[in-house]
Design a protein around this ligand. Structure first.
Ligand code: PAF
Length: 279
């Protein structure tokens, strides 16, 4: 495994690797957990594989956790190696990707205006910009993203389509703890009490699914069934929303497999997100 600080050297190595076949790529912000590792193993199934580890400042708002975002480069590299990754981009400084004269950002449409986009202004603009840069550097045939960031995946897919990017965007299933909590780098912030309460998102999802199974299709009723559970554990709820799984727009009736329920809530100071298709 080769590790690069310099994006240009990483790009040259990726281009060279592409000569011998497909390249699977996983962009991350590091502090890798088993969810990331499932993506790394998928990427490692290609002739060559690459990973980026970069805590992207442009996708954090002024009051968000950029400064305290968890980092563990040696641990991440050990995991990447174990998963069979060939090439890693891990710039030490943000300037490596954002030089002082950087000025070009991706402008997004309605998909990014709702849910996370409405609550975290600029988040998706920063995310899409860095993903576009990373895809331009790695030039992969396949890029892997977790479905836990459901809206992020939808936006990246849309960007790849709208910009004719020659890459297949692959969404991978959410990896959960045995009790249902979705794996997230931010779970490390949770105290034991908060960890127990964080299960409310999973319970909310189960409540909505149970209602679907009894024949309930009204989006508002499903949201209410889920919200009752989330309220039991969360300190603040940003949203519990049943949406069209493709456009992420509001719907009145949840058609199974075409509707998704999405959650964002604070447990203590930690903001958690989760989602599940209503099927
Ligand atoms: O999902 C993430 O970790 C980040 O949003 C990503 C895609 C690596 C862009 O910084």
């Amino acid at each position: 495994m080769r590790v690069f600080d310099d994006p240009r050297a990483f790009q040259a190595a990726c281009l060279n690797a592409r000569r011998t076949g497909d390249l699977g790529f996983v962009p991350t912000m590091g502090f890798l957990h088993q969810g990331h590792e499932s993506l790394l193993r998928l990427a490692a199934g290609h002739a060559s594989s690459a990973l980026s580890i970069f805590v992207n400042p442009t996708q954090f708002g002024p009051n968000e956790d950029l400064a305290r975002y968890p980092r563990d480069l040696p641990g991440d590299l050990a995991k990447a190696e174990r998963c069979g990754i060939d090439l890693v981009l891990a710039p030490k400084e943000a300037e490596a990707l954002y030089p002082s004269d950087f000025q070009t950002y991706v402008e997004l449409g309605p998909l990014a205006a709702t849910l996370e986009g409405a609550l975290r202004p600029g988040h998706f603009r920063g995310m899409a910009t860095v993903v576009l840069k990373l895809l331009a550097l790695a030039q992969p045939t396949h890029a892997y993203f977790g479905r836990k960031d459901f809206q992020q995946l939808a936006i990246v897919r849309r960007m790849a389509r709208d910009f004719d990017l020659p890459v297949e965007i692959v969404g991978a299933p959410i990896v959960r703890e045995p009790d249902g909590l979705a794996l997230s780098s931010r779970n490390v912030y949770l105290s034991p009490d908060e960890r127990a309460r964080a299960l409310c998102l999973w319970r909310g999802q189960q409540a909505a699914l149970a209602a679907v199974r009894t024949g309930e299709r009204r989006a508002k009723a499903l949201e209410l069934a889920a919200r009752v559970e989330v309220e039991k554990g969360a300190d603040r709820i940003d949203y519990v929303a049943v949406r069209d799984a493709e456009s992420l727009q509001e719907i009145e009736t949840a058609t199974p497999r075409q509707a998704v329920i999405l959650f964002a809530a604070f447990v203590g100071k930690t903001r958690l997100i989760d989602n599940g298709l209503l099927e």
